[in-house]
Design a protein around this ligand. Structure first.
Ligand code: 13P
Ligand code: SF4
Length: 315
């Protein structure tokens, strides 16, 4: 068979996608070219829901490893591929299943809420999973007098503590090295320079406690994109990883977006490239599969989250 010649790498990806009956899911922090070739771009919650809903045989997950794992937990019969196996997450690496087991043996009546940025093993030890979209709803679902261990993000956990007003939430001391770079000084300077801009902040930001009172909204990445579409403001200071600016500029070309810190780049997210997507589709690499019984145990915490999240969005 003669080798097929393509006019562009995008054309090659589209052709391979048809051949494999594949879908490409991309997180909002992916590079612009990866977002543009994807069938769906979104946040952790949206991507796992898309993975669950697709009838494709193959999911090329352009995000980081824990996201592909979540998709594989939800869709064990589909082939979930990640274009680069080194796409990890500093935050997810800050807690191990053993840490959760130790806390549970000391607090047998407590509930463990694991942010989705955790390994499948940690989710398997947890009672509930949550994302930045639904962390508050998930914790509010737990009886007020029941102790909670919130892992691993200290800042998201602090935000949940403040919003729910609960004083029985123990926080793990984890953080994301990218969101840690965003400081309240940078934010204050930008706010002074752009007085009409609205400040959108991701709850993982290291300056959350100092700056949450000046933020117009604290939202997940997809929550930010949605809010930009609803707001009458023309300028936004965006306190999160800068990949999201591509999505915002593409969807709202008449609005202006200012990164809170232009060097807030997640190098793990950027490991996925168009060339690696081609290889992923051609060689069906690298498959992410969660072994039993970890998968079924992790699924319980994810399904509880999805049920709480769908109940509150229906309300
Ligand atoms: P979102 O779920 O808000 O997209 O966040 C995921 C993430 O890894 C943020 O650093
Ligand atoms: Fe993990 Fe931070 Fe990258 Fe999000 S931005 S994937 S939390 S390292």
């Amino acid at each position: 068979m003669p080798t097929q010649i393509y006019n562009s790498i995008e054309e090659e990806i589209r052709s391979l996608k048809r051949e494999r009956n594949a879908v490409i899911l991309a997180h909002n922090y992916q590079s612009g070219e990866v977002q543009d070739i994807a069938d769906f771009t979104g946040d952790s919650l949206g991507l796992s829901q898309k993975a669950q809903a697709t009838d494709a045989d193959v999911i090329v997950f352009c995000g980081v490893h824990f996201m592909a794992e979540t998709a594989s937990i939800l869709c064990p019969d589909k082939k979930v591929l990640i274009p680069d196996l080194n796409a990890g997450c500093s935050l997810a690496g800050m807690i191990k299943a053993e840490d959760v087991r130790k806390w549970k043996s000391a607090h047998p009546l407590g509930a463990v809420v694991a942010y989705v940025n955790t390994s499948a093993e940690v989710k398997a030890e947890s009672d509930y999973c949550c994302t930045s979209t639904n962390a508050v709803q998930v914790v509010e679902h737990i009886p007020r007098d029941q102790e909670v261990l919130f892992v691993p993000d200290f800042y998201l956990g602090t935000y949940v503590q403040r919003v729910t007003g609960r004083n029985n939430i123990t926080l793990w001391n984890g953080y994301c090295h990218v969101h840690e770079m965003i400081t309240s000084e940078q934010i204050n300077q930008l706010k002074a320079r752009h007085p009409n801009a609205e400040l959108l902040m991701h709850p993982e930001c290291g300056c959350l406690t100092k700056s949450m009172h000046v933020a117009d909204r604290i939202l997940s990445t997809e929550g930010m994109v949605k809010y930009v579409g609803e707001s009458s403001a023309k300028e936004f200071i965006v306190a999160t990883e800068i990949g999201i600016l591509h999505r915002m500029e593409r969807d709202f070309p008449n609005k202006r977006f200012i990164p809170a810190f232009p060097h807030a780049v997640c190098q793990y997210m950027k490991l996925n490239t168009l060339e690696k997507i081609v290889l992923s589709l051609e060689c069906l690499q690298y498959e992410v599969k969660v072994p039993e019984p970890i998968r079924s145990r992790a699924l319980v915490s994810i399904e509880r989250m999805l049920a709480i999240s769908s109940k509150s969005s229906a309300a």
